[in-house]
Design a protein around this ligand. Structure first.
Ligand SMILES: [Ca+2]
Ligand SMILES: [Ca+2]
Length: 84
């Protein structure tokens, strides 16, 4: 469920929801931060089917390697987006 506004109907190219999703934004709030990492950690050692977005490296299992990759993808310094 993606709530992007595409109100201007004059755009030349179509925006595909799959393109808007970027790997790592597991909770879908538009950034990659500690919340997303925590979701992976909650699913460690579970099959990717439990949380397809959590399997960053695509090996079919959610592991610490996936969380490590996600940390490197964080959109905020040190993965702390909500830090004030
Ligand atoms: Ca997120
Ligand atoms: Ca994996």
């Amino acid at each position: 469920m993606v709530g992007y506004e595409v109100s201007g109907s004059t755009s030349i190219y179509e925006i595909n929801a799959d393109d808007l999703f970027f790997a790592g934004d597991i909770d879908g709030d538009g950034d990659v931060d500690r919340d997303d990492v925590n979701i992976i950690k909650a699913h460690l050692r579970e099959p990717a089917g439990v949380c397809p977005k959590c399997d960053i490296d695509g090996d079919g299992v959610i592991t610490i390697l996936d969380s490590g990759k996600l940390v490197k993808m964080c959109t905020c310094p040190r993965c702390l987006c909500e830090c004030e």
